[in-house]
Design a protein around this ligand. Structure first.
Ligand code: DGT
Ligand code: CA
Ligand code: CA
Ligand code: ZN
Length: 585
């Protein structure tokens, strides 16, 4: 391990400890140590290998030396792992605000419960920040400006955030009376897990009137550019929206063009060329025609462009769902007339991952059941956390068995009209054991196994832990198999192809977690599971009744992986799932 990496870890530890209000001398020790190690021309790893005493170095005390040894030996610091379980990862985002040090950030987190940038912005606007000791009205103003800068620097928005913007913009745009047609395109329409900017196309007889209207959008922060037919704005969240006004005859062609992806469009244009056609954002044109020369859909030689499906049929293709337009399987399927009927939210019959107030959920068992029934589901599994996740109120065997008694009673009352499964989200411990005794797990209807701790272990260690869980007779599925948190934390080191292969061998299921923060497995891994014949369970991991709404993000991701209802296990009845797990179907 490089000195710079060791120094960075020590500083990170100090930042986390500062949030916790640790003794300032301890923090200083780690920071001084980090400085000394970064400045040293001698490699810490090498010094340790040669049995040198690090405490002989200026600025390095016994605690720093100890941490260095742990880092060099294990590649991680267990203390960081533990702290990261208590401090929401979004809190560290506060540190991205210019001039907001860990101390002030910690005060905001502890005194006002501020967990992320948007909450910080709100607190500033509500003038709550100035009430804190050491903060004044001026500091509050500086922080507010800083929050916006930090938000701007935030690369890509999550699909759920893009979705909120799109919903609000739809409402605003439709208030313009002369709007004839409009649609959102780009990566948003392809259902990508993150979106760089939002693209919207419109048809109107009054482009400049529409742009004036667009400029009056409430959440607008600035106009980046405005031309005859194109306008780009920045929202106060930092997101960019591109509006293009197109002729009615070009709407379908423009929608196709601006939906992308780029590589999908390259293939489409190639196919057009073979047919002496040209496809661009204005339409499909016969090469060499008057229309083609000036891209004018009104002239002779214009072939298609009003509807997107017309563009595809001009090159003898069926319309292809935007979720598939990533140049993976779509043209192969289209050529064979075998485009799949992608799984739909309405195909989902049950949700097999959710939390209640028994662990870190916001709603009770009864409330979750009522909300699931209202959504038309037929069964749910209550998968609260197991005991290892103590910060989330994880269940001991005793508490779990008591919850199961409650579920038995509830099922009796439900009299077959709805089914609640006795389940658990059981941690896979650092040493690979399950967090609950086998005889308890054996009584569950459904067991999801998760890695939450020891996520800095090596690829081999983490993969072995997960493979072990897959082989465990009581485990039904692995939840959020890579542990990534979008825009926050990369996947832990895990060999997903090996996990998929093992799941196929042991007849186990892999989760596609629908939380827009996770969307784990991602679309490529979902596709890989499909090709290996491993079923996917699309679940919400709901921590509240509202979270059931997230199902559509998971379904969208499944669509991007090319899944049909057949590939998704929870499109089946619970009896059929059980049979499958038992090897009977
Ligand atoms: P994003 O915004 O980064 O999440 O990804 P997209 O796919 O929305 O990309 P964006 O907003 O740059 O452009 C939207 C679509 O427009 C893109 O998927 C393909 C098309 N497009 C954009 N720029 C070009 C270009 O320079 N050439 C071609 N052929 N197509 C383009
Ligand atoms: Ca875009
Ligand atoms: Ca764009
Ligand atoms: Zn969960």
């Amino acid at each position: 391990m490089e000195n710079s990496k060791i120094a960075e870890r020590l500083e990170h530890l100090a930042a986390l400890l500062e949030f916790q209000g640790a003794n300032p001398f301890r923090l200083k020790a780690y920071r001084n140590g980090a400085d000394a190690i970064r400045a040293s021309s001698v490699s810490v790893a090498k010094a340790l290998a040669e049995q040198q005493d690090l405490t002989a170095w200026a600025g390095v005390g016994t605690s720093v030396a100890e941490k260095c040894r742990e880092l060099v030996n294990t590649g991680t610091l267990s203390q960081i792992d533990e702290l990261e379980e208590e401090i929401p990862p979004t809190v560290l985002d506060l540190l991205r605000v210019p001039n907001l040090g860990p101390k002030k950030a910690a005060a905001l987190f502890k005194e006002l419960g501020i967990k992320d940038l948007s909450q910080l912005e709100l607190a500033c606007e509500q003038q709550k920040v100035r009430t804190l000791k050491g903060f004044g009205a001026k500091t509050e103003q500086t922080i507010l400006e800083g929050v916006r800068i930090a938000a701007l620097a935030n690369q890509r928005m999550r699909i759920s955030d893009a979705d909120k913007v799109v919903r609000a913009l739809r409402e605003h745009l439709t208030n313009f009376s002369k709007l004839e047609r409009y649609e959102f395109a780009g990566s948003y329409r392809r259902g990508k897990e993150t979106v760089g900017d939002i693209d919207v196309l419109a048809v109107t007889a009054d482009p400049s009137g529409l742009m004036d209207h667009f400029a009056r959008y409430g959440a607008l922060s600035s106009i980046l550019a405005r031309g005859e037919t194109k306008m780009s704005i920045r929202l106060d969240t930092g997101f960019q929206v591109d509006l293009r006004v197109v002729p009615a005859r070009s709407f379908g062609a423009a929608l196709q063009y601006f939906t992308g992806s780029l590589t999908h469009n390259v293939e489409l244009r190639h196919r057009a060329k073979l047919r002496q056609l040209k496809i661009n954002e204005w339409g499909v044109f016969r090469v060499g025609s008057p229309a083609e020369l000036v891209n004018d859909p009104q002239l002779d030689g214009w072939v298609a462009g009003v509807e997107e499906s017309d563009v595809y049929s001009a090159v003898d293709l069926p319309w292809i769902d935007p979720k598939l337009r990533e140049m993976r399987d779509e043209f192969i399927w289209a050529d064979a007339a075998q485009l799949p009927r992608l799984v739909q939210t309405s195909d989902i019959r049950g949700d097999l991952h959710m939390h209640t107030t028994a662990s870190d959920g916001e709603n009770t068992l009864e409330e979750m059941v009522a909300a699931a029934r209202q959504r038309g589901l037929h069964y749910i599994a209550i998968t609260d956390h197991s005991q290892r996740v103590s910060v989330a109120g994880g269940l001991t065997p005793e508490r779990l068995l008591r919850q199961w008694e409650e579920i038995d009673k509830l099922n009796q009352k439900l009299a077959g009209e709805f089914l609640v499964l006795k389940s658990i989200e059981c941690d896979i411990l650092e040493d690979g054991r399950m967090d609950l005794p086998d005889h308890v797990l054996a009584q569950a209807d459904w067991v999801m196994a998760s890695v939450h701790f020891g996520i800095k272990q090596t690829r081999d260690e983490i993969t072995q832990r997960i493979l072990g869980a897959i082989a465990h007779p009581s485990v039904s599925a692995i939840s959020h198999p890579t542990g990534r948190l979008i825009n926050r934390r990369p996947a832990y080191e895990v060999d997903i192809p090996a996990v998929i292969e093992h799941a196929a061998k042991h007849r186990k299921i892999l989760e596609l977690n629908s939380s827009p923060k996770r969307l784990d497995l991602d679309d490529l891994h979902v596709r890989m599971a499909r090709l290996a014949g491993v079923p996917i369970v699309i679940s919400t991991d709901a921590h509240s009744v509202e979270n059931f709404e997230n199902l559509r993000f998971g379904v969208q991701q499944a669509q991007r992986g090319g899944l049909t209802a057949k590939h998704v296990i929870n499109t089946r009845s619970w009896a059929d799932i059980k049979n499958w797990l038992n090897g009977e179907a």
